[in-house]
Design a protein around this ligand. Structure first.
Ligand SMILES: Cc1cc2nc3c(=O)[nH]c(=O)nc-3n(C[C@H](O)[C@H](O)[C@H](O)COP(=O)(O)OP(=O)(O)OC[C@H]3O[C@@H](n4cnc5c(N)ncnc54)[C@H](O)[C@@H]3O)c2cc1C
Length: 286
C-alpha cells in the first residue's frame, strides 16, 4: 500500500485519477481505518488530503460560509461565529462519536463514507449546503443531497474529491437544528436523524424551510413536502401535524435490532417536529 500526502488539490486529483487499483482519500480516518482493519476495503493507494489548505479552512464566502471538507467537528465547535449562524450544522457534527472521534472526524468523510445514517448530512442538506468537488476536469458544485446515491454509493467521478461545503447567506430571523435518536446516550448510529432549517418574517410566519432526513432510507433525503407543509404557517399544531405526516410518508427504513420499521417511522415524525420547533425558537432570536 502506498501513502501520499499532497499539498495541492491538483496533486491529490492527479494521484487519484492515475491510480489503477482501489485508491482512497484519507481525511480523519475514523471510517476508513476501521474498514481497513476488518478488510472491508484494501486500498492500494491512500491520499491524505489534510495538507491541502482549501480542505482545512473555514472562511466567509459570497455572504455565506465555506467549510473545508477536512475540517473536524471539534474545529467547527471552536468557531463561535459559525456556531451562531449554523447551530444545527455544528451540533450535528458534534454528535459524531466521542470527544476523541470528533477531533479527527470530518464533514467530508462523514458524507463520503456513504452512510444513510451519517449525522452531519441531514443538517447540511437542510442548510442548503453545496459541495465543491475537484476532479480531472476541474471544479464543479453539487448540492449535498445529490452527492450520496445510496449506501456507499456516491456521485463522485474517478479522481474527484470533495474540497469544501458552501453554506448560503443567512437572512435575518433564520436558524437551524439537528436531532437524532440513538438507543443509548452516545457512540451509536442514528436510528433517525432530522435537520431543519427555516426563516421567518417579522410576524413569525415561516417564509422558507428545508428538511433533511437521515437513517430511514437508502440515502439521506431532502424532504420538500415536509418543508412545504410548514412554509406560510407559524408552526401551529396543524402545521406540526402536516410536517410529521410528510416526513413519515417518505420513510422507507430498515428493520434491525436498534429499531423496527414502525418505530423509526414514528420517531422520524416526532424528531422533525421537535427540530422544527427548536429552529423556530432560534430564528426568533437571531
Ligand atoms: C467510535 C466511532 C463512533 C462514530 N460515531 C458516529 C456517529 O455518531 N455519527 C456518525 O455520523 N458517524 C460516526 N462515526 C463514523 C465516522 O466517525 C464519521 O463518518 C466521520 O465523519 C468520518 O470522517 P473521517 O474524516 O474520519 O473520514 P475518513 O475515515 O477519512 O473517510 C471516510 C470515507 O470517505 C472518503 N473521503 C473522506 N474525505 C473525502 C473527501 N474530502 N472527498 C472524497 N472522499 C472522501 C474516504 O476515502 C473514506 O471512504 C463513528 C466512528 C467511530 C470509529
Amino acid at each position: 500500500m502506498r501513502y501520499e500526502a499532497p499539498e495541492s488539490l491538483e496533486g491529490a486529483v492527479a494521484l487519484l485519477a492515475g491510480a489503477n487499483g482501489d485508491a482512497r482519500v484519507l481525511a480523519g480516518g475514523t471510517d476508513l481505518l476501521v474498514q481497513m482493519r476488518v478488510d472491508i476495503v484494501e486500498p492500494e493507494l491512500i491520499v491524505d488530503i489534510k495538507k491541502i489548505a482549501q480542505t482545512r479552512t473555514i472562511t466567509e464566502d459570497k455572504g455565506g460560509w465555506r467549510i473545508g471538507a477536512a475540517v473536524t467537528g471539534a474545529e467547527l465547535k471552536e468557531h463561535p461565529r459559525l456556531k451562531k449562524v449554523w447551530p444545527g450544522v455544528v451540533e450535528a457534527a458534534n454528535l459524531i462519536g466521542s470527544t476523541q472521534v470528533q477531533g479527527r472526524a470530518t464533514l467530508g468523510g462523514n458524507l463520503c463514507n456513504g452512510s444513510p445514517a451519517a449525522d452531519s448530512v441531514p443538517a447540511l442538506i437542510a442548510g442548503g449546503a453545496v459541495a465543491t468537488l475537484a476532479g480531472p476536469q476541474g471544479l464543479r458544485d453539487l448540492p449535498v443531497e445529490d452527492v450520496m446515491l445510496g449506501p456507499r454509493k456516491l456521485a463522485l467521478r474517478k479522481g474527484e474529491i470533495v474540497v469544501s461545503f458552501w453554506l448560503p447567506p443567512r437572512p435575518p430571523r433564520s436558524s437551524d437544528a439537528y436531532l437524532r435518536f440513538i438507543p443509548r446516550t452516545e457512540m451509536d448510529i442514528a436510528v433517525v436523524g432530522v435537520g431543519v432549517s427555516l426563516a421567518i418574517d417579522e410576524t413569525g410566519t415561516i417564509t422558507a424551510a428545508r428538511v433533511g432526513l437521515g437513517a430511514v432510507a437508502p440515502r439521506v433525503l431532502l424532504v420538500r413536502e415536509a418543508a412545504a407543509a410548514i412554509v406560510g404557517t407559524r408552526l401551529d399544531r396543524a402545521a406540526q401535524d402536516q410536517l410529521e405526516a410528510a416526513v413519515r410518508a417518505v420513510c422507507a427504513p430498515i428493520d434491525d435490532k436498534r429499531g423496527t420499521v414502525e418505530f423509526r417511522i414514528q420517531v422520524a415524525g416526532v424528531l422533525a417536529r421537535r427540530a422544527a420547533l427548536i429552529a423556530l425558537d432560534r430564528a426568533r432570536t437571531n
